[in-house]
Design a protein around this ligand. Structure first.
Ligand code: F58
Length: 798
C-alpha cells in the first residue's frame, strides 16, 4: 500500500478548496471546469513535490549515477490523470469532486494534451521518463518547451488541414519556471585560433531558461524531472530604436530568440537544410550539456569522473551535436586536452537509432553547419579525421563526405553504445546501414526492444480490463507486468466472459464518443479493426483502405453471405508537406463517405476516421480495439509501440514480420497472431524485380477491381481523376509493395473473420495476447538500458 492511498478525502477536499480560493481566486459558485482542473492539478502536484525533493536528496547523498535523456520530443499527453493514477488517488478525488457535482473525467478532459512530439519516438521518451521514475533511476529528461506542439488536424472535404496547436495559451500548472537555471547558447560568428587555442566569437546568442515538470513514478515512490528549455533573448529590447520610433525593429531580438522554442517541427522524415531546425537541435543540446556540467561540478571537481557519474542518451541523431558540444565545453571552457576530453565525452554518450529509412537519416550541409556552428564544424572535422585514421574507412563511411555532415555516423562514432529498438531492427542495423561501422567498432551495437508504460496504457486507459486482471491475479502487476502470464493459469469460461464484457464496455464507450463527435452509430458487436499511427507510405494505410474497398465489393456481390461485421477505424496525421500521405488520408475519407451511406452494406462495414488523432484519442481507442493493424513493409518499421499497447489491451494483431511484431508474436504464440506478407529478406528480393507492382496487380482480380474503381472515380464522382496520381504511383512504383502483399493480406483478413465469428476461440486468443504482453512494459526496457547501456543503479529502497 502506498502512502498516498491513505490520504483522506478530507485532506484532499481541504487542499482543493484552498487552491480554488487562493490560487485560482474563485469561489465554488463561480468556478468553471477549468478552475477545478487547476485546483486539482495544484493539489496533486503539491503531493508529488515531497517525493521529488526526496529523490534529489537521495541522489546527492548516494552520489548516484544520473541518466540524462536528450530528446527533441516528449509526447506526454495529459499529465493530471497519470499523476492521479500513479498516486492512487482516483477514488478519493472522485468522491470530493462529486460533492460539488463535478466528475474526475470532466476535470481530466479539460486538460490539453502536451503534444511535444510527432509520434513513436516522442511517445517512447514519455514512457521512458515514467518508467525511470517507477524504477527509481535518477534521471532528467531534457527537451524543448515548444509553445506550439504538433499541429491540430481537421478534415475539410476529406482533406487534412493543419491549424496551430496552443497548449500554453492557458497557464500550465505542472511546470516550475527556473529563472536561475539559465544558459547562454551561442550561434554563428567566427573562431580565432591562437597558440593552438580556439576562441569562438559568436555573432548571436540566445538564453535557454529551464521549466521543470516533476514526473512521478508508480505509487509515488520516486520522481524525476523533465526539464524543458524555453528560448529568451539575451537583450530584451532595443530601447534606442524604440525611442526613435522603430517599434517593430526594437522587438526583433526578442522575436528572433523566441522562434527557437516556438514550434515543433512536424516532419516525420528529416528535412535537412532547415537552419531553424539545426538551431533548435543545438539549443537543446548546448543548454542540456551546460546544465549537466554545472550539476556535476557542484558535486565533484575531477572531470575524469564524468563517465562514472553521467550517462547521456541521444534519442536519435537530433541531439547528436552532444559529442562536439561536450568536447567544446571540456576543451574551450574547462581547459582539458583534446584526447582526454574526447575520451570523457565518448564515455558518457550513447545513441538510439529509430529508423533505417535513408531519407530520415539526418545530414547537414557543411556550409550550413560551418555558418551556424563554426567551432563545432572544426571539432567534427577533427573527430572525423581521427575516425578515418583509426579505422581506415572508405570515404562514404566518413562523418563528412560530399559536403555533408552525417549525423548518424557522428553519433555512432561518439557513443559508447548504439542501440536499435527491436531485435529485428538491431540486426538490420548491423546488416545494412551500420554494417561497416559495426565492423570498425565491434560490439558497439546492441538491442533494447521498446516498451510502453502499463500505468498509462493499461491501468489508466482501460479500467475495465484492469479490474478483471486484478480480480484474477491480484494487485501488483502494474509494476511487474510479467505477472500477466498468470492469467493463463486461470483460463476458464468465466474469465473469457469477463474479458469479453470489459472489451464490449470499452467499445460501447468509444461508440458513444463517435456518436457524439461524428454523428455515426457504431455496432459494438462488430469487429473494431483499428489502424492508428502517423500516416506514412511504409506503414501502408493504403493497403488497408484497398482491402476495405475489396471487402465492400465482396459484400455487395453477395450481401446474404455470412459476413463478420466490421468497423474499420483509422487515425493519424500526415506531415504537412507529405503529398502522398495526404492523398491517402483523403482517399480514406472519400471511401468512408460512400461506404457508410450504402444501405446494402452499412450494417456489415463502416469506415471511421476521427480527426486529430493524439495521445488522448489513443487512450480511448486502443481499449476498444479487437484487431490491431501492424502492416508495414517488412524491414521498414523499426519497432512500433502502438502494436504493444494493443496487445496489452486484448486486441489481436494482423501484422507483418516487422519491428517488434516479431517479438510480440513470439511472446503471445504464433497461433494467436495473424501473420501475413513478405519477410524483410523477401522484400529485398522483390525490389529486384522491376515490374513487381504490375505483376502483383495482374495476379489479383480483387486488386484490379479496386484500382479500376479508383480510376473511374467511384468514391469521388465530383472529381473522377482525383486519385489518378496515386494510381500511377501504385501501378508503376509501389515503393512499399502494397500490391505485392495485397493477396496475402486479403487471405489473412478472411482468417480473422472466421476467428472472430468463433467467439470462444477469439476470447482464448485475446487471453493469450494479454498474458504474453508483460515483456513489453517499458520497465523491462529501462532495466535493460540501466544494466547494459548506462550502468546506472536504482536508488529505491536503499
Ligand atoms: C519511430 N520513429 C519509429 N520518428 O518509426 C518506430 O518504429 C519506433 O517504434 C519509434 O520511433 C520508437 O522507437 C519516429 O517516431 C519520428 O517521429 C521522427 C521525428 C523527427 C524527424 C524524424 C522522425
Amino acid at each position: 500500500m502506498n502512502a498516498m492511498n491513505t490520504l483522506s478525502a478530507d485532506l484532499l477536499r481541504a487542499r482543493i478548496a484552498q487552491h480554488l480560493t487562493y490560487t485560482m481566486g474563485k469561489d465554488k459558485a463561480h468556478a468553471s471546469t477549468y478552475d477545478w482542473r487547476m485546483a486539482v492539478s495544484y493539489t496533486v502536484r503539491d503531493l508529488i513535490v515531497d517525493s521529488w525533493f526526496e529523490a534529489t536528496r537521495k541522489t546527492y547523498e548516494e552520489q548516484g549515477k544520473r541518466v540524462y535523456y536528450l530528446s527533441m520530443e516528449f509526447l506526454i499527453g495529459r499529465i493530471l490523470e497519470d499523476a492521479v493514477i500513479n498516486l492512487g488517488l482516483h477514488e478519493q478525488i472522485e468522491e470530493v469532486l462529486a460533492e460539488d457535482g463535478m466528475s474526475l473525467m470532466d476535470v481530466v478532459e479539460n486538460e490539453p494534451d502536451a503534444a511535444l512530439g510527432n509520434g513513436g519516438l516522442g511517445r517512447l521518451a514519455a514512457c521512458f521518463l515514467e518508467s525511470m521514475s517507477t524504477l527509481g533511476c535518477p534521471a532528467f529528461g531534457y527537451g524543448i518547451r515548444y509553445e506550439h506542439g504538433l499541429f491540430r488536424q481537421r478534415f475539410q472535404g476529406g482533406r487534412q488541414v493543419e491549424t496551430p496547436e496552443d497548449w500554453l495559451n492557458q497557464p500550465h500548472p505542472w511546470e516550475f519556471e527556473r529563472p536561475e537555471a539559465c544558459y547562454t547558447v551561442p550561434f554563428k560568428g567566427h573562431v580565432d585560433t591562437r597558440d593552438g587555442k580556439a576562441t569562438w566569437h559568436p555573432a548571436e546568442t540566445v538564453l535557454a531558461r529551464a521549466y521543470d515538470t516533476p514526473v512521478v513514478g508508480w505509487q509515488g515512490k520516486w520522481s524525476n524531472t523533465l526539464r524543458l528549455w524555453g528560448a529568451h533573448p539575451t537583450e530584451l529590447f532595443d530601447l534606442e530604436r524604440f525611442n526613435s520610433g522603430d517599434h517593430t525593429a526594437a522587438a526583433a531580438p526578442e522575436a528572433l530568440a523566441r522562434t527557437l522554442s516556438r514550434v515543433l517541427y512536424p516532419e516525420d522524415t528529416t528535412d535537412s537544410g532547415k537552419e531553424l531546425r539545426l538551431k533548435q537541435e543545438y539549443f537543446l543540446t548546448s543548454a542540456a550539456l551546460q546544465d549537466i556540467l554545472r550539476r556535476f561540478l557542484s558535486e565533484y571537481d575531477d572531470l575524469s569522473l564524468l563517465p562514472q557519474k553521467v550517462a547521456i542518451q541521444m534519442n536519435d541523431t537530433h541531439p547528436a551535436l552532444a559529442g562536439p558540444e561536450l568536447i567544446r565545453l571540456l576543451v574551450d571552457v574547462h581547459g582539458l586536452e583534446w584526447d582526454r576530453a574526447k575520451t570523457i565525452a565518448q564515455g558518457c554518450l550513447n545513441y538510439t537509432n529509430h529508423t533505417l529509412l535513408p531519407e530520415a537519416l539526418e545530414k547537414w550541409s557543411t556550409w550550413l553547419m560551418g555558418r551556424v556552428l563554426p567551432r563545432h564544424m572544426q571539432i567534427i572535422e577533427r573527430i572525423d579525421a581521427e575516425h578515418h585514421a583509426a579505422t581506415d574507412c572508405p570515404p562514404d563511411l566518413r562523418i563528412v563526405h560530399h559536403d555533408q555532415v552525417h549525423m548518424g555516423t557522428l553519433a555512432f562514432v561518439m557513443a559508447s553504445h548504439v542501440n536499435g529498438v527491436s531485435a529485428l531492427h538491431s540486426d538490420l542495423m548491423k546488416q545494412t546501414v551500420f554494417a561497416d561501422l559495426d565492423r570498425a567498432y565491434p560490439g558497439r551495437i546492441l538491442n533494447q526492444t521498446n516498451g510502453v508504460t502499463p500505468r498509462r496504457w493499461l491501468k489508466l486507459s482501460n479500467p475495465a480490463l484492469s479490474q478483471v486482471i486484478t480480480e484474477t491475479i491480484g494487485t501488483g502487476w502494474e509494476d511487474d507486468l510479467d505477472r500477466l502470464k498468470e492469467l493463463t493459469e486461470h483460463d476458464s469460461p468465466d474469465l473469457r466472459a469477463a474479458l469479453r464484457r470489459a472489451k464490449r464496455a470499452n467499445k460501447v464507450a468509444f461508440g458513444n464518443w463517435v456518436q457524439a463527435n461524428m454523428g455515426l452509430t457504431l455496432d459494438p458487436d462488430a469487429m473494431f479493426d483499428v489502424q492508428i499511427k502517423r500516416v506514412h507510405e511504409y506503414k501502408r494505410q493504403l493497403l488497408n483502405v484497398f482491402e476495405t474497398i475489396a471487402r465492400w465489393n465482396a459484400i455487395r456481390k453477395n450481401p446474404g453471405a455470412d459476413w463478420t461485421p466490421r468497423v474499420k477505424i483509422f487515425g493519424g496525421k500526415a506531415a504537412p508537406g507529405y503529398f502522398t500521405a495526404k492523398e491517402i488520408i483523403r482517399l480514406i475519407n472519400d471511401v468512408a463517405k460512400v461506404v457508410n451511406n450504402d444501405p446494402l452494406t452499412r450494417h456489415l462495414l463502416q469506415v471511421v476516421y476521427p480527426a486529430n488523432y493524439n495521445v488522448s484519442m489513443a487512450q480511448r481507442l486502443i481499449p476498444a480495439a479487437d484487431l490491431s493493424e501492424q502492416i508495414s513493409t517488412a524491414g521498414k518499421e523499426a519497432s512500433g509501440t502502438g502494436n504493444m499497447k494493443f496487445t496489452m489491451n486484448g486486441a489481436l494483431t494482423i501484422g507483418t514480420l516487422d519491428g517488434a511484431n516479431v517479438e510480440i508474436r513470439e511472446h503471445v504464440g504464433a497461433e494467436n497472431f495473424f501473420l501475413f506478407g513478405m519477410t524483410a529478406d523477401e522484400v529485398l528480393e522483390r525490389y529486384r524485380k522491376p515490374d513487381h507492382a504490375r505483376s502483383a496487380i495482374m495476379a489479383s482480380q480483387e486488386l484490379q477491381d479496386v484500382l479500376q474503381m479508383l480510376a473511374e472515380g467511384r468514391f469521388n464522382p465530383e472529381e473522377p481523376t482525383r486519385y489518378h496520381g496515386l494510381l500511377d504511383h501504385t501501378w508503376n512504383h509501389d515503393p512499399f509493395l502494397v500490391a505485392s502483399d495485397f493477396s496475402a493480406f486479403l487471405a489473412c483478413q478472411t482468417k480473422v473473420d472466421a476467428a472472430y465469428a468463433d467467439t470462444d476461440r477469439w476470447d482464448g486468443m485475446v487471453l493469450r495476447n494479454i498474458a504474453g504482453s508483460g515483456y513489453f512494459s517499458s520497465d523491462r526496457t529501462i532495466r535493460g538500458y540501466m544494466e547494459q547501456v548506462w550502468d546506472a543503479k536504482s536508488l529505491l529502497n536503499r
